[in-house]
Ligand binder design. Structure first.
Ligand SMILES: Nc1ncnc2c1ncn2[C@H]1C[C@H](O)[C@@H](COP(=O)(O)OP(=O)(O)OP(=O)(O)O)O1
Ligand SMILES: [Mg+2]
Ligand SMILES: [Zn+2]
Length: 645
């Protein structure tokens, strides 16, 4: 063959190989899409199955909050449990008001209490802080004998005992730190007809290890004094029961301790109704628990995780952080004047500085973080609880035991490290069921601050990106983005414009950012060819023409605003055109951007990258849908990405 010919064939081979590579990436992309659709399909099928099942057992599907499934029961029978005409109803109501000082039941509480009072075995799935405890505490107070409460965490047990003491409900506990005398007294009390306590809290280990306890329970059972068994955090029974609630620290250690033991309770005391409670369980976990606990046919009550009284909003945070503090201060002074709230920050340093900044603006704010003296922490907590402090500026250390009902706003000065954490932290707002706001300030640099912090966690990066996705999203109801992570489907109709996306619905536009993607990728590629690593900040600056003059000549710079530049780079990271590259020194971890697995797709002429962006009315003619942004340009108005109404 002629040399020229060889070169020609070689060139063609190269091009075919390049094309093949692109096709392989597209296949990978499609497979990913297929997996996503399959899991959505499964979820929908399961929903349909559940709906058909309950329609069959209940005649037609029952309305109202939460769903009900379990052993065969007619619709009338099920509905009956929402009523207040049982022999015990009057006593329940009196105790609800006088002992627990609550004016009314929350959704599902009455049904759960009635079912348990009538001796049914019940699994109750209800989000954190919605009031599961009442569902066994109230029946305990209104029944003869005592209720055995199995709970995996001694600290939770102590919280409960303190609370019950404060409302004059007698309760006792047996755990590893109980003294001999105390244990003796409690064991004797179990069969005492004078009923010295209404609730007995024990750890699962006690059930397993203490033969004395089991023999006493047996005696109490035979004497008809064991009225009910409650298993709190029941998902721990299942080896599949993941706990997404970081501040509860119910670790797999407890799960393994829980696992094989507790079936003994239902086997030995079959006539005693069992109530399993959890904030986190899928149907497969519940099935597992049912088997392990030997409960033949429990009724399952599930309350939705959707907090309908909470308004969710995302605001873009300028790299100039002073601005967001000013924004937060005016929100507190105007919209939340005289109302109680929390501002969550990233670090202890931020807690101090942000609260100082707010104080300077005349706001009654105090910091709270793990590094404060215990007495300072409890002083801040106490003063805030009694409305002597309006705002606590806190790290996530402010979590356990925070149970103020009238929190009207939870503002995140920095994004949370996952969507689950965000749900949990923001969920401290509006526990009284009155409207409350959850606002998060989404800043580009914060992504990388958190990223280097969670780099050691197994799925830390992946989880962080779920939070970033929630914030970056401008076209789907915020609730529906959140719901996916709780194995639920909350549709936009359920939102009632209680999120900024639903409220400002059509304010977004699809923009072609292919050329932008190519420009950014070229910058990262160039750096790598020079054996250089670029932080996100450096990439931003290079693209905006603020890098060294030498490099400016070699790349395509942009006239987009900083917020737009940051939004596009975030999008490229989320979509896999860029990816994270960490570097460790003994003192700190650095975050760099490198090419993602999809970067080479950009070589393909027909490949395009689009993203959704928020627009304001004014910019509508500047940006036209699906037009290459390179020719029309994205609005240079920074407000284009501002989510404020
Ligand atoms: N009907 C009600 N009306 C007003 N407040 C209520 C009602 N029922 C419970 N509460 C309050 C009492 C508590 O302060 C708060 C949380 O209750 P609690 O039982 O501890 O939640 P929980 O057990 O569901 O959450 P977790 O999953 O975190 O354990 O709700
Ligand atoms: Mg609880
Ligand atoms: Zn919505």
């Amino acid at each position: 063959m002629h040399v020229a010919n060889i070169i020609k064939v070689q060139a063609e081979l190269d091009s075919v190989e390049a094309e093949l590579e692109v096709v392989e990436l597209q296949i990978a992309e499609l497979l990913e899409k297929q997996a996503e659709l399959t899991s959505r399909k499964k979820r929908l099928l399961r929903k349909l199955e559940d709906a058909c099942e309950s329609a069959q057992t209940a005649g037609s599907s029952s309305a109202g909050s939460g769903s009900l499934s379990g052993p065969v029961m007619t619709k009338q029978e099920l509905l009956r449990y929402e009523n207040a005409d049982f022999p015990w109803s009057k006593e329940l109501e009196q105790n609800l008001k006088n002992t627990f000082q609550l004016s009314k039941f929350r959704p599902l509480q009455q049904k759960a209490v009635n079912l348990s009072m009538s001796g049914k075995d019940l699994f109750l799935v209800m989000p954190t802080g919605r009031g599961k405890s009442l569902c066994y505490q109230l029946p305990a107070v209104c029944s003869e004998g005592f209720t055995l409460v199995v709970t995996p965490l001694v600290s939770l047990m102590e919280d409960q005992l303190m609370y019950l003491k404060s409302i004059h409900v007698e309760a006792a506990t047996l755990n590893a730190s109980s003294t001999k005398e105390h244990a003796k007294m409690v064991l004797a009390g179990m069969t005492d007809t004078k009923a010295p306590f209404k609730l007995l809290y024990v750890t699962p280990e006690k059930i397993a290890k203490s033969k004395l306890l089991m023999s006493r329970l047996e005696k109490a059972y035979n004497a008809g004094r064991l009225s009910r068994i409650a298993v709190d955090e029941v998902h721990c029974c299942s080896q599949w029961g993941h706990d997404f609630r970081p501040d509860k620290k119910v670790t797999p250690i407890h799960q393994s301790k829980y696992n094989p033991l507790l079936g003994i309770l239902k086997r030995q005391f079959p006539k005693v109704p069992l109530l399993g409670l959890t904030a986190t369980a899928t149907s497969s976990v519940l099935k597992d628990c049912q088997k392990i606990l030997c409960v033949p046919e429990p009724i399952t009550l599930t309350a939705s995780f959707n907090r309908t009284n909470l308004y969710y909003e995302v605001r873009f945070k300028n790299s100039n952080s002073e601005e967001s503090i000013g924004d937060i201060a005016s929100l507190i002074e105007e919209r939340y004047q005289g109302q109680s709230g929390i501002v969550y920050v990233f670090s202890q340093k931020d807690a101090d500085s942000v609260s100082e900044d707010l104080q300077k603006k005349g706001i009654n704010a105090y910091p709270y973080h793990a590094n404060m003296a215990p007495e300072d922490k409890s002083r801040v907590h106490r003063k805030w609880s009694t409305n002597k402090i309006q705002v606590v500026v806190a790290t996530v250390a402010f979590g356990m035991g925070i149970d103020k009902s009238d929190v009207r706003f939870v503002i995140h000065h920095t994004i949370s490290k996952s969507i689950e954490n965000y749900y949990q932290e923001s969920g401290r707002a509006g526990r009284d069921d009155q409207p409350a706001d959850c606002i998060v300030y989404f800043g580009f640099n914060d992504i990388f601050r958190i990223s280097t912090m969670v780099v050691m966690e197994n799925v830390g990066q992946k989880k962080l990106l779920t939070m970033v996705e929630y914030c970056q999203n401008v076209d789907r109801c915020r609730r529906s983005v959140m719901a996916v992570h709780f194995d639920e489907v909350w549709d936009d109709e359920g939102c009632n414009e209680m999120c900024d996306v639903c409220r400002h619905g059509n304010d977004y536009i699809t923009v072609d950012v292919t050329q932008h993607a190519k420009d950014v990728v070229q910058i990262v590629e160039l750096a790598s060819s020079l054996d250089e690593k670029l932080t996100p900040l450096k990439v931003t600056e290079a693209w905006m023409g603020k890098g060294p003059a030498k490099r400016r000549k070699m790349i395509q710079t942009t006239i987009l605003s900083r917020l737009e530049v940051e939004a596009i780079i975030t999008h490229l990271l989320l979509q896999g055109y860029l990816s994270e590259d960490f570097s460790f020194t003994p003192y700190t971890t650095y975050f760099y951007l490198k090419l993602g697995r999809k970067a080479s797709l950009l070589k393909n002429q027909s490949h395009s990258v689009t993203m959704k962006m928020r627009k304001t009315g004014l910019d509508a003619n500047v940006v036209s849908t699906k037009q290459p942004a390179a020719s029309t340009g994205i609005s240079s108005n920074e407000r284009a990405l501002d989510s404020s109404p």
